[in-house]
Ligand binder design. Structure first.
Ligand SMILES: NC(=O)c1ccc[n+]([C@@H]2O[C@H](COP(=O)([O-])OP(=O)(O)OC[C@H]3O[C@@H](n4cnc5c(N)ncnc54)[C@H](O)[C@@H]3O)[C@@H](O)[C@H]2O)c1
Length: 323
């Protein structure tokens, strides 16, 4: 199949390269001229084990190309993946969807034949409806469909996560788009990935709900760790003892400073914001956000106590002990 990835960041680059490795022709597009010219020279902008080799292999085989020319990329492709950033909007909890809406406008100027627009970016429920509205201002509805296909890869494990996903979520009520997406993912389905077709809004919400649940699990064990510290209990014992219960599971149940990274903080805030727009109070997720802030403060207090409050200008490193 002929694909283009709009946005060659973590998600666009990794999934684009992996799709090309499955035998598809993939064009990775980005606005960032420097990023694209480096990629053309084989310089990878992120550290991800195995990525450099896959880029070189598929670039050499002419299945993978890089460009800043969005209109040419759209016209040459049948499947257009949206992989742009959705950071937190300044001074709010809401997701900033400007990159999504700008990309949707650019797509709308360039559709001349039938296309499927597949959103991989993490977006609030009902964003697909807005993307469809923007594109339909310029393009007849029968020429395109908008699908939600959230990405669940983790940085550092991205190629493995893409190649062996637990599930592939495709949100669309368009039968033809669903059939094409199922065929695109068939090499992963045949290796055991579960393919789930849901409504578009359902797929959008599955992504936020999954991240919020994982953040909840981390915050839960971190709060138990707070109690362990006061009661002289090793929280690792509690993690293992709890995690062996199959209903609970041991993953994301290891105590640490607090959750961070590029997704959990922004996605927990965004789902709370979305819920409030739909007049729903997500009180558990709100508590998780507050608990996470408190956990990082407690860590600071602990370090400060160890250093007898002489924390200024100290260089501190953390390491994890495995027994
Ligand atoms: N990073 C992760 O681990 C991860 C995992 C799952 C889902 N996600 C989600 O996927 C989305 C993308 O995340 P990311 O980490 O890849 O972001 P990123 O910031 O690394 O990459 C986004 C890229 O899109 C480009 N871009 C923006 N507008 C463009 C346009 N109109 N045309 C061409 N290029 C454009 C930017 O220049 C940038 O290179 C986000 O919604 C994120 O929440 C990220």
């Amino acid at each position: 199949m002929k694909l283009c990835m709009i946005g060659t960041g973590y998600v666009g680059l990794v999934s684009g390269v992996c799709f090309s490795d499955l035998g598809n022709e993939v064009i990775c597009v980005d606005k960032d001229i420097e990023k694209i010219s480096k990629l053309k020279k084989g310089i990878i902008p992120i550290y991800e084990p195995g990525l450099s080799e896959l880029v070189k292999k598929n670039y050499k085989a002419n299945r993978l190309s890089f460009t800043t020319n969005i209109s040419e990329a759209i016209q040459k492709s049948n499947l257009i993946f949206l992989c742009v950033g959705t950071p937190t909007k300044k001074n709010t909890n809401a997701a900033d969807l400007s990159q999504i809406f700008n990309a949707a406008k650019e797509i709308s100027y360039n559709i001349k034949s039938s296309k499927i627009i597949i959103n991989k970016s993490t977006v609030p429920v009902a964003t697909g409806d807005q993307i469809e509205k923007i594109i339909s201002k310029k393009v007849k509805r029968k020429l395109f469909s908008v699908v939600s296909n959230p990405e669940f890869l983790r940085e550092g494990e991205a190629i493995r996560d893409f190649t062996y996903p637990d599930r592939i979520i495709v949100g669309t009520s368009n039968k033809k788009s669903n059939r094409i997406l199922k065929s695109l993912y068939s090499p992963l389905i045949s290796k055991g990935a579960k393919y789930i077709n849901t409504s578009r809004r359902g797929a959008e919400l599955i992504k936020y709900a999954s991240n919020a649940f994982l953040a909840t699990k981390i915050s839960f064990i971190n709060e138990i760790a707070n109690l362990c510290e006061k009661t002289n209990v090793n929280v690792e014992d509690v993690s293992i003892g709890m995690g062996l219960d199959k209903r609970i599971g041991g993953r994301f149940l290891r105590a640490g400073p607090a959750y961070g990274g590029s997704c959990f903080p922004k996605d927990t805030r965004a789902i709370v914001d979305t819920a409030s727009k739909f007049k729903t109070d997500l009180s558990i997720i709100k508590s998780v956000i507050a608990s996470n802030k408190n956990r990082s403060k407690l860590l600071l207090l602990r370090v400060s106590k160890i250093l007898k409050n002489k924390i200024k200008n100290k260089k501190i490193s953390f390491f994890r002990c495995y027994f």
